[in-house]
Design a protein around this ligand. Structure first.
Ligand code: ZN
Length: 169
């Protein structure tokens, strides 16, 4: 497996809209394996393909806590079937906006249809962190970052901070 380069703001590719894939084949599984490895290495709990420069509707995730066995999850062509009217705030972060955390309000629960690692169609209902993470990652597929929900001032400050980090690295 290969650790891929994670794109960070203000890389314009992060604004790109990802395309659905025709199906799950070995090439796509290899991409998902590499994405998962890249996410674990970062470390993070979710990663969308566009964050490694691939404009395909693919997400990997692992919400297992430290000390728990890994629980990799894969979402291909995810679609929101339903979202609750009640909202919940959560302090979010993003591997493409390193070291920046801020509160975003999203639907508390969502129902999502997707293809899994084997290309099987599945439907899942998510709440809590799972719901937050799914919506955050699905936003990436639309070219939307969590900082886009913040005030312009906070967004600009976040980008400046990442630019500085990248310069220092
Ligand atoms: Zn993110």
């Amino acid at each position: 497996m290969t650790i891929l380069d994670i794109r960070v703001v203000p890389d314009p590719i992060l604004k790109q809209v990802s395309k659905p894939v025709p199906g799950v084949d070995d090439d796509l599984r290899r991409l998902m394996d590499d994405m998962l490895e890249t996410m674990y290495d970062a470390p993070g709990i979710g990663l969308a393909a566009i964050q490694v420069g691939v404009a395909k509707q693919v997400i990997v995730m692992d919400l297992a806590r430290e000390g728990e066995p890994p629980e990799p999850r894969y979402f291909v062509n995810p679609q929101i079937l339903w979202a609750s009217e009640d909202m919940a705030p959560y302090e979010e972060g993003c591997l493409s906006v390193p070291e920046v955390f801020d509160e975003v309000e999203r639907a508390a629960r969502v129902k999502v249809k997707y293809l899994d690692y084997d290309g099987q169609e599945r439907v899942v209902e998510a709440d809590g962190l799972f719901s937050v993470c799914l919506q955050h990652e699905m936003d990436h597929l639309k070219g939307v970052l969590f900082i886009d929900y913040l005030s312009r001032l906070k967004r600009d400050r976040a980008v400046t901070r990442v630019r500085k980090l990248v310069r220092q690295a």
